[in-house]
Design a binder for this molecule. Structure first.
Ligand code: CA
Length: 235
């Protein structure tokens, strides 16, 4: 989500972020920002310092005070030379800070770094999606009480998908998150590993929890986690 009142900058950010595969939501007014954040629950917020009605720093403070959105990563954008603001911004809970004018390359690098940091990959962390349980510490995946045997890449792939059920990840984003930015891997490698992951987690007749979104990428099917079928599987 981009919270910025300068129209030309909004257009530039929207163009570049969309091209990178991010879904962009624009908000130009401080008053609207908090409603929009609670409504859309963005993965990351680019927050302008000087906004009409409510300042960026006040918005940041309020994000951190609201339980539903308090962990949303925030990158503050501000005019050159406001060093005091920088310190205040970080104290208020911004994850990073960029001074205008900034290059898109720099911004994209910061976004990736902040997103990587904000992902819950702490040791001992266990993720659950429907009847699938992924244990990051034990490096183990179970589905309906059954141990699954996943290769390291499939494990990481499932981990990434499980961090944001329902969210559609483009192949480029998955390459970035699973293989890393510095490795050159062909885009269709993602399809190969998604295929392997499906094979590892689904037995004949199982419902596939992974959704292929045509020309967009892959996502975990949110309706899978809500299905009553797993009650039966559990009993
Ligand atoms: Ca502004």
């Amino acid at each position: 989500m981009v919270i910025e009142d300068e129209e030309s900058l909004c257009a530039l950010l929207e163009y570049n972020l969309t091209r990178e595969g991010y879904k962009v939501s624009l908000v130009s007014d401080g008053d609207e920002a908090l409603y929009a954040i609670e409504d859309e629950k963005p993965d990351l917020i680019l927050l302008d310092w000087m906004l009409p009605h409510v300042s960026g720093i006040e918005i940041c403070r309020q994000i951190r005070a609201r339980s539903e959105v308090k962990d949303t990563p925030v990158i503050m954008l501000t005019a050159r030379g406001e060093e005091d603001d920088r310190i205040r911004g970080l104290e208020t809970g911004a994850d990073d800070y960029l001074t205008k004018p900034f290059s898109m390359t720099e911004l994209l690098a910061r976004i990736r770094a902040v997103l990587r940091r904000s992902r819950p990959t702490l040791a001992g962390d266990v993720a659950t999606f429907g009847d699938i349980i992924l244990d990051r510490q034990a490096h183990r995946v179970r589905r309906a009480e059954r141990d699954l045997h996943l290769g390291p890449t499939e494990f990481k792939l499932l981990d990434v998908l499980m961090q944001r059920p329902g969210r559609v990840f483009s192949r480029e984003q998955l390459l970035d998150l699973v293989w890393g930015r510095d490795v050159y891997v062909e885009i269709r490698t993602v399809d190969v590993h998604v295929g392997r992951l499906r094979k590892a987690i689904n037995r004949r007749g199982d419902r596939d929890p992974i959704r292929t979104v045509r020309s967009a990428g892959y996502a975990l099917d949110e309706t899978y986690a809500a299905t009553p079928a797993r009650q039966a599987a559990r009993g």
